[in-house]
Design a protein around this ligand. Sequence first.
Ligand SMILES: Nc1ncnc2c1ncn2[C@@H]1O[C@H](COP(=O)(O)OP(=O)(O)O)[C@@H](O)[C@H]1O
Ligand SMILES: CC(=O)N[C@@H](CCC(=O)OP(=O)(O)O)C(=O)O
Length: 300
Amino acid sequence: MDKPALSSQEIATVLTEALPYLQRYAGKTVVVKYGGNAMENDELKNSFAQGVVLLKAVGINPVVVHGGGPQIGDMLKRLNIESRFVQGMRVTDSNTMDVVQMVLGGLVNKEIVTLINNNGGRAIGITGKDGRFIRAKRLVVTELTPEMTAREIIDIGQVGEVESIDTDIITMLQNSDFIPVVAPIGVDGTGASYNINADLVAGRLAEELVAEKLLLLTNTAGLLDKDDNLLTGLNSEQVEALIADGTIYGGMLPKIQCALNAVKCGVKTAHIIDGRVPHAVLLELLTDRGVGTLITGDSV
Ligand SMILES: Nc1ncnc2c1ncn2[C@@H]1O[C@H](COP(=O)(O)OP(=O)(O)O)[C@@H](O)[C@H]1O
Ligand SMILES: CC(=O)N[C@@H](CCC(=O)OP(=O)(O)O)C(=O)O
């Protein structure tokens, strides 16, 4: 069925609605985290790539950080390697690390690069090992179960946290009109690889670049309350309360933590948005319609 055409006036309204946003964000950096769960189908992936290319074309600097958790999970299953998560992080032994590098650095990264390039952009895909630009260290995870008398460290293998980020390679690519596409793999001083949750990389990169915005695309309407209602705006105290009462759990934990850290560290706003909505990035950035949860450092 043909899509209903917009009238000329409606088209003009859409374009003029975008004008103040285009003026506000021109020359600014926007870090977009594209979660593996939001890469549901080809149409969605292509509309994401179109949005990123459009931003670059109008003088905004998008930096894409992608995940690929479900894609890693599928490949591990095909290879009969069992996988489990502890506090939202994939336990990563050396076989799993190999698969993480193949899937994130190879398949997913190059698929996004290809989609952006096919839509007329110029994307360059990198992992944190390129130029050693994401320095990582082992993430220490602890737990306290009723049987324990004190918190204990759990070994989750080659899972990393970001130690430092050298933004030179990103700014160099931006200045040459390329769109950086970053896979969340870090490296330590010995050259060992680390599997880092993509939200953590996106948040830290947004901080280091002092980005205007951090957009975290996921597979929910945003942050939901216990009755699945969308929470449109939250500050750090409200978020802490929702973590404490169990409303925020699993994969949403690193997402919300990195959004909070980012806004505390100078990123103007962070948004958790519905990556299942076609053109979610453009709707969030260039229209009056926000499409998810806004996180700010202060009261909202
Ligand atoms: N309060 C919450 N609101 C929305 N989603 C939540 C919440 N708490 C936990 N989640 C879970 O977090 C998931 C998103 O995180 P994740 O699976 O890591 O996605 P992504 O691949 O986009 O990073 C949601 O699909 C949902 O299952
Ligand atoms: C340590 C850890 O859990 N790393 C993630 C990296 C990918 C990721 O973060 O992907 P999403 O954004 O799609 O969830 C993983 O192995 O799944």
